[in-house]
Write a protein that binds this ligand. Structure first.
Ligand SMILES: [Mg+2]
Length: 345
């Protein structure tokens, strides 16, 4: 089998937010082969990510065998090293990597979960992310909820945040998980202070309180936060997750498989974290791209609900009574009809 083309497109999702999540949003990467199978993956970076995939990555991959995914990943990383390493270039690599895994599954007629040593059909609990307390009024059967404080996360609004968290715990009761997302907007002192105030509300984790670059800050939080710290949603490659795991700077690692380098990197992150006794809870884990790894590799599986505007992904399993499970369809188990999709770019 040889790769004949690498294509990248940005489909339009419904109610896609009017910010970078659209203008630099999720891209669909298709890898075509001479035996008629096309693998599909999703990466990020909008038109900039598409340009990386259509030029440097495409040039590298045409005529190559898609089977040696690790080798191709290393070559893609090397080819983008001068302008990549993190961010949009690695988001583009992620889409290609996932398409190569999809090809492998389709060629072997096996779901990705089986390639990773697991099996489909296992029910996985989910948690749902909400942007305000109103979002909790429709609380369904999820195992837990995460209150995203991105809109009020200024450290000066500490009292507002603490009362929202207290209210959230009252709304969902005591038998469900509650998490808090600070979206990189707090500082060390704010995090320590808030953690002490909210620890009584049984908070599973505080997510991304600091910039991903502030490893020194996270080292202080590891000792002084009264609530476990989660992070990694905006980190890239297993190489960068290495120090986070070795120094145990996060109790919960949250790679986004469509950004961090694809399934090839997510597998390495799982292996390192499992050996270190740390938890992995991939960003937006209900989306099919991470769900196969959660089903096969996760010792304490919990899948976050997906991006609601990814409506162009066909074949994504539904959440039923708060649980989600994989089908036996080969590859990632999705279908794309490129003729009926509408594209932003
Ligand atoms: Mg987050």
């Amino acid at each position: 089998m040889k790769i004949t083309d690498v294509r990248a497109l940005q489909p339009i999702g419904e109610n896609s937010p009017p910010d970078w999540r659209t203008s630099l949003g999720q891209i669909l990467v298709a890898v075509d082969t001479d035996c008629g199978i096309t693998g599909y993956g999703v990466g990020g970076g909008g038109m900039a990510g598409m340009h990386v995939a259509r030029t440097v990555l495409r040039d590298l991959l045409i005529g190559r065998s898609p089977e040696e995914i690790s080798q191709l990943w290393n070559e893609m990383y090397q080819a983008t090293l001068a302008f990549g390493r993190k961010g949009i270039a690695v988001m583009a690599i992620s889409g290609v990597d996932l398409a190569l895994w999809d090809l492998r599954g389709k060629a072997e007629k096996l779901p990705i979960v089986a390639l990773l040593g697991g099996s489909p059909g296992k029910s996985i609990p989910t948690y749902h992310t909400v942007w305000d307390n109103e979002g909790l009024s429709s609380a369904a059967d999820h195992a837990g909820y995460k209150l995203h404080l991105g809109k009020v996360a200024d450290p000066a609004q500490q009292d507002v945040m603490i009362s929202s968290i207290e209210q959230a715990r009252l709304q969902i009761g005591t038998d469900r998980l509650l998490m808090v997302d600070a979206w990189m907007k707090w500082d060390v002192d704010t995090t320590i202070s808030i953690s002490q105030e909210i620890a009584a509300y049984q908070i599973e984790w505080i997510e991304e309180p600091l910039s991903p670059d502030d490893l020194a800050g996270y080292a202080i939080l590891k000792e002084k936060s009264a609530v476990p710290i989660a992070g990694g949603e905006h980190e890239f490659t297993s190489a960068a997750f290495g120090p986070l795991i070795r120094q145990k700077l996060h109790s919960v690692l949250q790679p986004d498989v469509c950004w961090c380098g694809g399934l090839t990197e997510l597998i390495k992150i799982y292996t390192m974290a499992n050996e270190a006794g740390l938890r992995v809870c991939p960003h937006r884990g209900c989306e099919i791209w991470a769900l196969h790894a959660i089903a096969a590799l996760d010792l304490q599986p919990l899948a976050e609900t997906g991006r609601p505007w990814m409506t162009w992904v066909e074949g994504q399993p539904e959440i039923q009574k708060g649980m989600i499970e994989l089908s036996e369809r080969p590859g990632f188990g999705l279908t794309f009809d490129e003729h009926t999709l509408k594209f932003l770019y």
